[in-house]
Design a protein around this ligand. Sequence first.
Ligand SMILES: *[C@@H]1O[C@H](CO)[C@@H](O)[C@H](O)[C@H]1NC(C)=O
Ligand SMILES: *[C@@H]1O[C@H](CO)[C@@H](O)[C@H](O)[C@H]1NC(C)=O
Ligand SMILES: *[C@@H]1O[C@H](CO)[C@@H](O)[C@H](O)[C@H]1NC(C)=O
Ligand SMILES: *[C@@H]1O[C@H](CO)[C@@H](O)[C@H](O)[C@H]1NC(C)=O
Ligand SMILES: *[C@@H]1O[C@H](CO)[C@@H](O)[C@H](O)[C@H]1NC(C)=O
Ligand SMILES: *[C@@H]1O[C@H](CO)[C@@H](O)[C@H](O)[C@H]1NC(C)=O
Ligand SMILES: *[C@@H]1O[C@H](CO)[C@@H](O)[C@H](O)[C@H]1NC(C)=O
Ligand SMILES: *[C@@H]1O[C@H](CO)[C@@H](O)[C@H](O)[C@H]1NC(C)=O
Ligand SMILES: *[C@@H]1O[C@H](CO)[C@@H](O)[C@H](O)[C@H]1NC(C)=O
Ligand SMILES: *[C@@H]1O[C@H](CO)[C@@H](O)[C@H](O)[C@H]1NC(C)=O
Ligand SMILES: *[C@@H]1O[C@H](CO)[C@@H](O)[C@H](O)[C@H]1NC(C)=O
Ligand SMILES: *[C@@H]1O[C@H](CO)[C@@H](O)[C@H](O)[C@H]1NC(C)=O
Length: 536
Amino acid sequence: MRFTTAFAAFSAVALISPSNAQQYAGDIIQNTLPGVPGAEIAYWKIKDTKSSNLTLINYHNYGKNGKRQDTNKVKRAVVIIHGLNRDPGTYQSNMLSALAQVPLSEINTDSVAIVAPYFSNGADKNIGYPWVEGLKPAQGSISNALVWPGSQWSGGGNNQYPWTSSKNISSYTVLDQMIQYFDNKTMYPNLNQIVIAGHSLGGQTVQRYAAIGQPGNVQTPVSYWVGNPNSLNFTQYPMTYGVSLVASGRANILANFNSKAVNWARGTQDLGDDSSSCAPFTAGANRNERFFNFIKAFPVSCADSTSSNCDTVDFVNAGHDGGAMFASAAGQARLFIDNWSGNGSRAYDYGYPRQQVGDDPFPNPGLNGSSSAINNNTYAGNMTYQGCWSDQSIRTLSNMTYQGSANTIESCTAACDSGNNTIAGLESGNQCYCGSRLGYMAQPVIDSSCASPCTGNASEICGGGNRLSLFSNGSPIVNAAPGTPEVIGSDWYYSNCYTEGSGGARALAGKGASGNFMTLEYCASFCKGYQYFGTE
Ligand SMILES: *[C@@H]1O[C@H](CO)[C@@H](O)[C@H](O)[C@H]1NC(C)=O
Ligand SMILES: *[C@@H]1O[C@H](CO)[C@@H](O)[C@H](O)[C@H]1NC(C)=O
Ligand SMILES: *[C@@H]1O[C@H](CO)[C@@H](O)[C@H](O)[C@H]1NC(C)=O
Ligand SMILES: *[C@@H]1O[C@H](CO)[C@@H](O)[C@H](O)[C@H]1NC(C)=O
Ligand SMILES: *[C@@H]1O[C@H](CO)[C@@H](O)[C@H](O)[C@H]1NC(C)=O
Ligand SMILES: *[C@@H]1O[C@H](CO)[C@@H](O)[C@H](O)[C@H]1NC(C)=O
Ligand SMILES: *[C@@H]1O[C@H](CO)[C@@H](O)[C@H](O)[C@H]1NC(C)=O
Ligand SMILES: *[C@@H]1O[C@H](CO)[C@@H](O)[C@H](O)[C@H]1NC(C)=O
Ligand SMILES: *[C@@H]1O[C@H](CO)[C@@H](O)[C@H](O)[C@H]1NC(C)=O
Ligand SMILES: *[C@@H]1O[C@H](CO)[C@@H](O)[C@H](O)[C@H]1NC(C)=O
Ligand SMILES: *[C@@H]1O[C@H](CO)[C@@H](O)[C@H](O)[C@H]1NC(C)=O
Ligand SMILES: *[C@@H]1O[C@H](CO)[C@@H](O)[C@H](O)[C@H]1NC(C)=O
């Protein structure tokens, strides 16, 4: 068994990737990290002025043949940073699983390099690096493995071990060197996108790295994927990385941040908090609030989706679960598919209230929730502004009470109230709709998409194309989507969806009725005495 393993490791070294490449040139550090199928534990040599063998442990996937990747085939590199628990194997494995779920066959373990660096700390003695008790202070770490104090790796802090190396090796120095490595066109001639990704504390790491990271003159586009960070602002640990940028002030840090393409991924069920101090609470009560406060303060921008600094925001129906975030449609797009062919194509923002053709595919989520500040008036029937809503083929409000050049919010709310409606909606500047419930496809959308001046008063907004400025007495009620009830009356149970008969022979031949009065209840009573009824 042991012999076989040693043999496999030996034969892998002789393959296509130059074994003297930086990724394989570090010391082999004795460790007990778990194996991950489809990946090897590799030893990255981190360049340093003092130590020639400074080493970062990381996982790197194999190609489809189960051996080291042919670097000529690699089109994209995804660097995935672990969370608080420093378990890169879990992240490597989850990322490989997400990659396997990408439906495009050319995106696979030959064409994508996945690397999961290990930022170990003092709790990882004899797990991530050998440790000998009883030596001189700070000299118990006897290997060349890079180790950071506590969680300082997440903010670009300096290394603690090995004592023989410089003590100014930031986790961001490591990321810089990884980017530079994959940017080497001699080794990776076809690589056209580098993604630096992290979830949870790893997401925080990426967020901060996007703000102060300066990987140098890199040819390959780099994007930054930030999944469910606990906090989004900057923390300064004892560090030397980026100090001159930080000292040069807010404007320069912001300019550096804005020059990056950042992809935020937000799990909509991830409402928790993992703070170890009260600091993050100054930015919001939980991860969700902090995220929205952050993007309101630092608006996300994508003026041109093919540009190199287009930011995106994706909402994923998931909790604080990195694997689910990576494998989601949004995760697959940002991590693997966007700009795959190098032509700048990328998927829309996911899950944002954006329903219709012609909408901004990258809406600014900072505009979400700003509606109450836009119109604070109270109109006829106690109606108040409820924001901008979609209108579509199942109309949001089907009763167009009038349309014309005199349309104003005052006249429409008054007309609707006089007919005992509780909701008024204004659309396209000149239309007034009334009702007491909204059609089931109605969606609140970002306020900026209601922008048409009212025909009767140009200082007021009357919706837009397929957009309603909505006024209601209390929150509007949206109809439930049509569905199939399990039971009609007390004795008719839903069975299934069946085909109709063919050649004139009906599936149910007893009797039939048709008309625009049709409901399931009507059909049930019409068919009383039969065993089955069916609607078509
Ligand atoms: C670095 O590693 C090389 C190759 O394993 C070895 O020959 C050399 O002695 C090491 N140097 C130090 C300073 O550990
Ligand atoms: C660390 O400090 C040394 C000496 O000042 C310097 O030469 C080296 O570039 C620094 N390394 C990093 C990664 O900042
Ligand atoms: C790029 O990769 C080649 C092949 O491994 C190597 O010889 C060269 O030194 C690398 N360039 C840099 C700048 O690291
Ligand atoms: C975040 O920002 C707040 C307010 O500016 C600050 O008090 C706090 O220390 C910052 N740091 C973290 C990690 O939240
Ligand atoms: C870019 O490439 C993708 C897939 O390779 C293709 O579907 C898309 O049409 C291309 N977009 C442009 C603008 O050429
Ligand atoms: C897409 O990839 C190409 C080739 O690497 C690059 O020139 C371009 O800037 C990238 N576009 C984006 C939007 O990242
Ligand atoms: C809108 O913002 C609030 C926080 O202000 C947030 O809880 C909510 O999920 C956001 N909704 C969307 C769809 O962006
Ligand atoms: C509406 O009220 C909010 C909160 O009181 C306020 O911030 C906003 O400025 C008001 N809007 C207008 C148009 O008065
Ligand atoms: C009007 O609406 C407000 C806020 O929804 C509510 O507090 C108040 O009771 C309503 N008044 C009437 C007369 O319906
Ligand atoms: C449409 O609304 C107006 C104003 O409330 C009302 O007079 C009219 O009866 C409504 N029409 C229908 C078909 O409900
Ligand atoms: C509105 O409701 C009031 C009170 O129930 C009723 O007297 C009136 O006839 C209703 N108006 C319409 C147009 O239905
Ligand atoms: C037009 O609308 C503005 C804003 O609601 C309002 O202040 C103004 O009185 C309106 N003008 C007329 C002529 O109703």
